[in-house]
Design a protein around this ligand. Structure first.
Ligand code: AP5
Length: 247
């Protein structure tokens, strides 16, 4: 089982360094996870890391860390980003690309990475391509998870997150032992602002409007793998694991 790496450098950016990155994996993976909101990218990222190592680089997590005041005062660009996120809209390409550029060290980290939530537009994909080329890093695989809309709505609607340690739960599929309380740290479970019905609708629209060109960008590069994300997290992980071990 792999050590879950510290993500301080990713979550805080700037000069922040990871405190305890743990042992370097024998094979550092460089993988992108694509797919609609709530399809299970974060859930799969946890399982991939447990089994294969790598660091979970989620752009959504960086915005949520800023929202919870983890990185000190919020800049005007970040304030705008947090407003867009709350409504379920995409944050502007310029803000997201700058945010990743400020953390470019994470793209050449010896632990490898699982990028989740970035890129979401063709322009972001091209910007990432430039950053990876400059860092001398090649993508091993891009995984595109798909699921029917009613399944996505059920997953997002039941999601709860721990305020303290950010662990994810689901009211039906991954319920905490005590309702409303995190099994791991005893923190309070809450529903993300953008998991409320109105914002979810906007997020799905944004996804439909921008996802295809990103998928086609990676298909043309020959690194795209489509995975049907129906089934339990373990079943989806089995498919993911098989794809990764074959690349
Ligand atoms: P982000 O945090 O990236 O959210 P997202 O893509 O909408 O994805 P989610 O975190 O909602 O879902 P997930 O696929 O990780 O699902 P999970 O594993 O939790 O982005 C949030 C916002 O930030 C965006 O809307 C935007 O505003 C902004 N943003 C971020 N990046 C941006 C970018 N690059 N450009 C512009 N804006 C950006 O699973 C969901 C639930 O289902 C959980 O409860 C889980 O337990 C359950 N579940 C998972 N798998 C299964 C399964 N197989 N069976 C049953 N239940 C399951």
């Amino acid at each position: 089982m792999h050590h879950y790496p510290d993500r301080t450098a990713w979550l805080q950016g700037g000069n922040a360094r990871c405190i305890d990155p743990g042992p370097t994996p024998r094979r550092p993976w460089h993988v992108l996870l694509l797919g609609p909101p709530g399809v299970g990218k974060g859930t799969q990222a946890e399982l991939i890391i447990e089994s294969l190592g790598a660091c979970h680089l989620s752009t959504g997590d960086v915005f949520r860390a800023a929202h919870h005041g983890c990185n000190g005062p919020v800049s005007p660009a970040m304030q705008e980003a947090l407003g867009a996120m709350k409504r379920g809209e995409l944050v502007s390409d310029a803000t997201v690309v700058n945010l990743v550029r400020e953390r470019v060290g994470c793209l050449c980290c010896a632990h490898g990475f699982l990028l989740d939530g970035f890129p979401r537009t063709r322009d972001q994909a091209e910007a990432l391509d430039g950053m990876l080329a400059a860092a001398g890093t090649r993508l091993d695989a891009v995984i595109n998870y798909t699921a029917a809309e009613e399944e996505i709505l059920a997953r997002v609607g039941g999601r709860r997150v721990c305020r303290r340690c950010k662990r994810g739960y689901h009211l039906d599929h991954k319920a905490p032992r005590t309702p409303g309380v995190c099994d791991a740290c005893g923190g309070e479970l809450y529903q993300r602002d953008d998991d409320r019905a109105e914002a979810v609708h906007t997020r799905l629209e944004a996804y439909r409007a921008t996802a295809r060109p990103v998928v086609e960008f990676y298909r043309a590069k020959g690194v795209l793998h489509e995975i049907d994300a129906h089934g339990s997290p373990g079943q989806v992980f089995e498919k993911t694991h098989a794809v990764l071990l074959a690349v």
